[in-house]
Design a protein around this ligand. Sequence first.
Ligand SMILES: Nc1ncnc2c1ncn2[C@@H]1O[C@H](COP(=O)(O)OP(=O)(O)OP(=O)(O)O)[C@@H](O)[C@H]1O
Length: 243
Amino acid sequence: MPNLLLEVRNIRKTYGKKILAVDNLSFHVMEGEIYGLIGPNGAGKTTSLRIIAGLIKPDGGEVLIRGVNVHESLKNNRRMIGYLPEEANTYPLLTGMEHLKIYGGLYGASSEDLEFGARITGLGNRLLMKTSEYSHGMKRRLLLGAVLMTKPRLAILDEPTSGLDVHASVSVRKTIRDYVKSTGAAAIVSSHNMLEIEYLCDRIGLIFKGKIIEEGRPRELVEKYGVANLEEVFTLLVRGVES
Ligand SMILES: Nc1ncnc2c1ncn2[C@@H]1O[C@H](COP(=O)(O)OP(=O)(O)OP(=O)(O)O)[C@@H](O)[C@H]1O
């Protein structure tokens, strides 16, 4: 039986007086599971992920990793969480390998961890090039390798395939899946590309206006609503919420 890793309980976040970005959002993730947080632009995905990563405090609710509150134990987070922000970039004058070494140094990575990180970037000798010469897809793979290198129990990946072509997206999805299934860790992946997430995630939460409006296994949701894919599930549900 897999163990419960993450519990998100009724988190809420308002920006200023008017923007309710996250509205009483709750879900859980088991070890060995890939959970997809899917929704349109502005639905509250990034804000939720930043709260779960311990980077911003919610106005209400709590986030527990193995029962420990992430906003009360930053040291624990460092050991447990790897976070890939949507907007992450690289230092152009450093090589890919130098990035891995610096990031690994911050997390006390061993030489085996570095080798693991280098391997999962899939960049081979191109790790010796300065990242100013990298394509967007190469940078994204490098950053993903850096995040997974220290083998976090929970990898929080905000739009990991954003801006990537089909070939690069397939490869990143495989890296995420292989990582989770080989280590027994868990991942939360956000995206507004529902078709892609349908293939990657074990379970998904559909987020709209800061709330999870439906949750389940992709195939089961598609069957439950009698439609062809998750995009159609989402369209049906949003129509219901707005009418
Ligand atoms: N720092 C901030 N200050 C004020 N408002 C913010 C801030 N960050 C996000 N918001 C607002 O909060 C809401 C949720 O934004 P968030 O970035 O969490 O959504 P998202 O689902 O990740 O969107 P996208 O798919 O476009 O990245 C939006 O209305 C956004 O404008």
